[in-house]
Design a protein around this ligand. Structure first.
Ligand code: BTN
Length: 260
């Protein structure tokens, strides 16, 4: 399988110092989370060519057809409080943005964890955390699903997915080299992880806010079926949004889906 080649290409400090590549897994996040309980080291990466039970945020499933996209997870052991683990979603979104840009695609970030192109989902991040002692993190698993060579026309129930998903090859009209893409992705993850280690959470949030580009813009957010609208005033170190509503209230939004 072509993805095996990645092991020879990565020369990063931490992310990818150990890479495990599988033909098939239920979910790369599930395996790496189990490995985390056994003291697996910082920067370990699991990649699979296919997932039978790929998972997304809010208990959604993640469509994971064989041999076309990227499904990978990376384990981190940062010394941060449990409430700060959202910064790893930002680290992954930044790495994904840079990786797609290096193949000529400029996606948009959709808070909190999606990359979209023309309103359709191109990639997603699922950050899961094991708490340790004294409200500190034991470890974090960051799962990344990146749509690359998936053709919507080949999907059986394409009505379900064509309205919401896209892929690099749908956008570019050609296939993308998956190995080079994962190489970039792990290299950028390592870069932003090192920025986080050297400069802290604030720096990553600032990079992310800058790329997101929605400060002082009006957004609509769907929270459990209810939509609230307001102007984004800030994003804090926990990844929460602060919206100023028409009535002048400042509302803190912890989770939800941005509506375009
Ligand atoms: C989302 O957008 O809701 C997050 C999707 C995350 C999908 C990736 S694919 C690799 C890793 N393993 C999983 O089961 N999920 C994540």
């Amino acid at each position: 399988m072509d993805l095996e080649k990645i092991k020879d290409l990565i020369k990063s400090d931490t992310v990818g110092n150990r890479i495990l590549v599988y033909e098939e897994l239920d979910s790369t996040n599930d395996l790496l989370f189990k490995m985390g309980e056994e003291l697996t080291e910082d920067g370990t990466v699991v990649i699979s060519d296919y997932q039978t039970m790929g998972r997304g945020r809010l208990n959604r499933s993640w469509f994971s057809p064989k041999g076309v996209n990227i499904y990978c997870s990376a384990l981190f052991r940062p010394k941060i409080g449990v409430s700060e683990s959202a910064v790893f979603t930002f680290i992954a979104s930044l790495a994904l943005m840079d990786s797609y840009e290096s193949i000529g695609i400029k996606p948009k970030i959709k808070w909190p964890n999606d990359l979209v192109f023309d309103g359709r989902k191109l990639a997603g991040v699922l950050t899961e955390m094991k708490p340790g002692k004294n409200f500190l993190v034991d470890f974090i698993v960051v799962g990344i699903g990146a749509n690359l060579n998936m053709r919507i026309e080949d999907i059986e129930n394409k009505e379900d997915i064509s309205a919401i998903a896209t892929s690099a090859c749908e956008i570019l009209g050609r296939d993308v080299d998956r190995v080079l893409f994962v190489k970039d992705l792990l290299t950028y993850l390592d870069k932003y992880y090192n920025i986080f280690l050297e400069e802290g959470v604030h720096s990553i949030v600032a990079y992310w806010v800058n790329r997101w580009g929605n400060i002082n813009r009006s957004v609509k957010i769907n929270i459990d079926g209810r939509t609230i609208e307001g102007v984004v005033k800030k994003v804090d170190r926990f990844g929460y949004l602060y919206l100023e509503t028409d009535r002048g209230d400042l509302v803190k939004v912890i989770s939800g889906d941005i509506v375009f």
